[in-house]
Ligand binder design. Structure first.
Ligand code: NAD
Length: 320
């Protein structure tokens, strides 16, 4: 099978891993990498047996598909140039900083018939993927992504940094339009929101609560989905999945009879490798990827609504 020629633009913390995963894939030729920081590009290229480029326009000419792993503010500019050149694009999350930019990327990808995948990595989390089989019209969803402080990623607030992962997962679980959002949040140690929660109410009656923090003492990453006949509990950190099924029978005390099963956490290697393999499969098959540009745009739209409501709350607090 012909190898797909791939490049990575932006090889800082995460881009380095993109380059490593591509370099290890048999069906891919990692042609080269580009980073504004030339020394970093050389270092990653050398480790991955690829070529360091000093201008990304030169790299673009030699490849068919690209990962864009620059800071988010550059996703639009770099993405537009890559799509214009006819490349299939895997852009890290969030897709862009604004909806207007996201719309342009999605439109150009459609016009050029290019694959556009967004790096919502958590959709490739084996715990999330294992739930698919048990999904049956969620009624109430709770998600928590509570992290210790990490100096990386603080160029954006906790909503774009962490909460957007769960917003994307919840949108993929609920097949109904979102009707309303009720957020709360505060900036504690940085100049932007560090802790936030939001209630999302969908047109089919499903409600979700999503909480995110980047200033916790311990890391907690959990997802709970309640449905009519079952409840699903995933602890990503502990790698634990519990499926509780209700047959409809009642106990003597009037509580539904429940049967709880601990599922083995699937061992599918790492989520980034699964995600990038999926991108390469989409490039080859020309099928829409699991997290398309449109889905990345939808998650961004809701994250921006949360941010805007939080800013209004903060402004009101400052006035009072
Ligand atoms: P980073 O700061 O470690 O790396 C960014 C790299 O891009 C740096 O090496 C920098 O020199 C380079 N760069 C800056 N401007 C550039 C440009 N115009 N062209 C080429 N290179 C440029 O950041 P990071 O943590 O690797 O994050 C990169 C992206 O990945 C961000 O969009 C971030 O939101 C996303 N991210 C996603 C996840 C996830 O879970 N999916 C996790 C971490 C980061």
């Amino acid at each position: 099978m012909k190898k797909i020629k791939v490049g990575v633009i932006g090889v800082g913390y995460l881009g380095n891993f993109h380059a490593q995963k591509y370099a290890a894939m048999e069906q891919v030729e990692l042609v080269g990498v580009f980073d504004r920081n030339e020394a970093r590009a050389r270092e990653v290229a050398e480790a991955c047996h690829a070529k360091p480029f000093t201008a990304y326009h030169e790299l673009i000419k030699e490849i068919e598909a690209v990962s864009i792993v620059t800071p988010t503010t550059f996703h639009h500019q770099v993405g537009m140039e890559c799509l214009q050149a006819g490349l299939d694009v895997m852009v890290e999350k969030p897709i862009t900083v604004s909806l207007a930019e996201a719309d342009e990327l999605v439109q150009l990808a459609a016009d050029k018939e290019c694959i556009l995948q967004v790096g919502h990595l958590e959709r490739f989390n084996p715990g999330v993927m294992a739930l698919e089989h048990y999904l049956d019209n969620p009624i109430y969803i709770e998600s928590q992504r509570i992290h210790q402080f990490n100096p990386r990623g603080n160029d954006v607030d906790v909503v774009l940094d962490l909460m957007i992962h769960d917003i994307d997962i919840i949108l993929s679980l609920v097949q109904a339009p979102l009707e309303s959002i009720h957020p709360l949040g505060a900036s504690i140690v940085t100049n932007s929101t560090d802790v936030a929660s939001a209630q999302l109410i969908f047109a089919n009656g499903c409600a979700a609560t999503v909480s995110a923090s980047r200033i916790a003492q311990t890391n907690v990453r959990q997802l709970v989905i309640h449905q009519q006949k079952s409840s699903l509990f995933v602890d990503y950190g502990k790698k634990d999945i519990i499926v509780v099924e209700r047959s409809g029978a009642m106990t003597k005390t009037g509580f539904p009879v429940e049967e709880a099963t601990h599922l083995p956490f699937p061992d599918q290697g790492d989520a980034l490798l699964t995600e990038l393999r999926h991108f390469i499969d989409s490039v080859r098959s020309r099928r829409q990827p699991r997290v398309s540009g449109t889905e990345g745009r939808q998650a961004l739209a809701i994250a921006l609504q949360v941010i805007s409501a939080l800013q209004e709350q903060q402004a009101a607090r400052n006035l009072s």
